[in-house]
Every structure is written in C-alpha cells, then in structure tokens.
Design a protein around this ligand. Structure first.
Ligand code: NAD
Ligand code: TDX
Length: 340
C-alpha cells in the first residue's frame, strides 16, 4: 500500500506521518512538502531513515511535477494536508492561499482521477462553517459560510473535492477538524506563541476581548480520526472531528501562564482580528458512532504535555525564531520558500 501525504513537514502532517510510519510498517509513505516557512524536516528527524518513509520536496500546485510523481509512484491513498494555514496571513496576503489551497487541491484531484487512487482524503477545517453564537454545534450538514480568506480557500477546495466525487466518481472523504494543539505546532499560532512569549516575559497579544471560543483537540486524536476515515470512511462522506473542549482564548492563556508560573499582567489586549469568528464547536457524533472514534487525551493532561514539550525542545523553536531553519532549507534545497 503506497500513501502520499502532502504537507507532511508541517504541524499536523508531521504528527500524522510519524503515527502512520510507526503504526503501519508494511505501508510505504511518501511525504511531499514544499518546505515553506511552516514546513520543517526537524519535525521528522526521529523517523527520517525509516524503511517505509521517503521525503520529496515539491509544490502541490505544480501540475507537471505532480503528474510525474503520481506516474512514478502509483499511489493507493492520497492525503492532502498541504496548505497555507494561518488566518492572519490570509488577511494580509490572500493570493497564496488561493494558489496552494485551491489550485493545489485541484492539481491533486486531477492526478488522483487520472492515475486512479483507492481514496483521496482532504484534510479540512471547521472554519469552513463560519461562526457560531453562544449555543449550537457544527454538524456535517451545517452550510459552508467561510469568513476569512483562509477559510474561504479551504471551503473552495472542499467543494472541488465534493464535485470530483459527484461528477467523476472519485472515491473521496473530507475531514473537518477543530483547532489542534500539541508538539511541533508552529510558533505563530495562539498556544505556542503564548508559551514562547511567556518564557521570554514578553507581552501576550490577545485579540479583541479574548472571549472568542475554540474547540481544542490534541493532534494525535486528529491523526487517529484521519486513520479511521481513510480506512473505514464511506466514499463521498464528510466527517467532523472534535473533542468537546471549548475554551475562551483568555482561559487558554491563563492556563499557560499558570503552568509556567508567570504573571497574568503579561496579557495585553490588542486590536481584534478583522472578521474574527466568535465561536467554533464541533459535533463529532457521526465519527464516533459510525467509525468508533474517541479521543485519548483530555485537555488538562494534553496541554500540560504540550507545554512540557516546548520546555524540553527549546532548540526546535529557537531555530525557527532565529531563522536558522530557513537558512538550512535555502542551502539544502534552494528555490521557492513560500510566504516568509
Ligand atoms: P502547517 O502550516 O503547520 O503545515 C502546512 C504544511 O504544508 C507545511 O509543511 C508547508 O511547507 C506545506 N505546504 C504549504 N504549501 C505547500 C505547497 N504548495 N505544496 C506542498 N506543500 C506545501 O499547517 P497545519 O496546522 O499542520 O495544518 C495542516 C492541514 O490541516 C491544513 O490543510 C489545515 O487547513 C488543516 N487543519 C488545521 C487545523 C489546525 O488547528 N492547525 C485544524 C483543522 C484543519
Ligand atoms: O496572537 C494571537 N492572539 C489571539 O488572540 C493569535 C495568533 C491568535 N489569537 C486568537 C485568534 C483565535 O481566536 O486565538 C485564537 C486561535 O488563533 P490561531 O491559533 O491563529 O487559530 P485559528 O485562527 O482558530 O485557526 C486554527 O484553527 C483552525 C488554524 O490556524 C487553522 O489552520 C485551522 O483550520
């Protein structure tokens, strides 16, 4: 069985590659990643020499390259994690989000159709559903109502995946997960940014009133859900993924400060994110009942493990912050580095 995992050098992709390489020694896993600012091969140092793993650098939106790779490798499964993933960046530079998230997905779908795959799995997000008020949950039937250029590009990609199933009969699944946390989370995102700033006694920028709610899930629980959907998901179906862990941003930041024994005076309320979604909350009943998924982590132990990981892996994030990793990519690979 041969798997293509795109974006496998990013946060969730690298956790997924490690999970699959260890769980399925009989599978061959090809990790295709452009190594933009967010891709980091250090995330996979421990498994880089595994017999069932191979890394290829390339752009999912480069059709010639993608077709050549599919022809050569004859993939059974394609899992698309590759994306521009940061909402704030999509507000300042939407174009690259359309390029990677929509054009890239389209190039992969065309190759999957041309070369015939057993399953194409699109890793999507709950943000495609827009925002919730104080009550209610996103189900798979909630209409798409994306509010940021990032979520609009992810929603556009989801519709293409659906269309390739309806029009061409491509065997597909889409997963829509809530906010992930855990090891290797890039330090521009809320949780790692707050941990690292707090360790430096720097201000912690909280957008707006800090009462926006996210539904946090440990990245390993997301990986397990994707594994289940890949093997057992019904063709053409969407599966929501989430662990019923709603927290306001202020609660998250206070938890981090408490663990690090730092004062709450480091919190600084700053200008709100434009179009800032108020609340996300996932109903994952379909995944739980149909595929038997249940998360392993509870938030209290998961966040403690994650904070300890950042404390024990300072070199990993210090290299990113100092730009040493990007210098390494330039010297090893040259070429386009994506948004920097
Ligand atoms: P990330 O930004 O950490 O990683 C993205 C990876 O994709 C990087 O390794 C990057 O180098 C690679 N990439 C970017 N453009 C590429 C291109 N054109 N060709 C090949 N590779 C390219 O993102 P993440 O947080 O790991 O998210 C992974 C996926 O999961 C995304 O599709 C995202 O929309 C989705 N998702 C993320 C979350 C979350 O909380 N982080 C939640 C739900 C869904
Ligand atoms: O400095 C900050 N201050 C702050 O208050 C940052 C970076 C964020 N925030 C707020 C904005 C959000 O309400 O924290 C919350 C979480 O922000 P992010 O970490 O940027 O995540 P979010 O915008 O919710 O999107 C994430 O979850 C869904 C991922 O980045 C997406 O890729 C995924 O689809």
């Amino acid at each position: 069985m041969k798997l293509l995992v795109t974006g496998g050098a990013g946060f969730i992709g690298s956790n997924f590659v490690r999970y699959m390489v260890n769980k399925y020694p009989e599978y061959n896993i090809v990790n295709l990643d452009l190594l933009t600012y967010a891709g980091n091969l250090e995330n996979l140092k421990d498994i880089e020499n595994a017999a069932n793993y191979k890394f290829v650098r390339g752009d999912i939106a480069d059709r010639e390259f993608i077709n050549g790779l599919f022809q050569e490798e004859k993939f059974d499964y394609v899992l698309n994690f590759a994306a521009e993933s940061h909402v704030d960046r999509s507000i300042t530079d939407p174009g690259i989000f359309v390029q990677t998230n929509i054009q890239g997905t389209l190039a992969l779908l065309d190759a999957a159709k041309t070369f015939g795959v057993t399953k194409y799995l699109q890793v999507s997000t709950d943000e495609v559903y827009g925002t919730l008020g104080e009550t209610g949950y996103f189900t798979e039937d909630t209409p798409l109502a994306a509010n940021s250029p990032y979520s609009a590009s992810k929603a556009g990609a989801d519709l293409l995946v659906r269309a390739y199933h309806e029009t061409f009969g491509l065997p597909v699944n889409i997963t829509r997960c809530s906010n992930n946390y855990g090891p290797y989370h890039f330090p521009e995102k809320l949780i790692p940014l707050m941990i690292i700033n707090a360790l430096h006694d720097k201000e912690l920028p909280i957008y707006g009133d800090g009462l926006n709610i996210r539904d946090w899930l440990h990245v390993e629980d997301h990986c397990q859900a994707i594994d289940l959907v890949l093997h057992k998901g019904r063709n053409g179906e969407v599966y929501n993924v989430g662990g019923n862990n709603e927290r306001t941003n202020i609660e998250i930041v206070k938890t981090i400060l408490k663990h690090l024994n730092k004062p709450e005076s480091l919190m600084k309320f700053v200008k709100d994110r434009p179009g800032h979604d108020r609340r996300y909350a996932i109903d994952a009943t379909k995944l739980r009942t149909e595929l038997g998924w249940s998360p392993k982590y509870n938030f209290d132990t998961g966040i403690e493990q994650t904070i300890n990981w950042y404390l024990n892996n300072r070199e990993w994030w210090e290299n990113i912050i100092s730009g040493e990793y990007q210098d390494y990519v330039k010297s090893q690979y040259g070429g386009r580095l994506g948004v920097e």
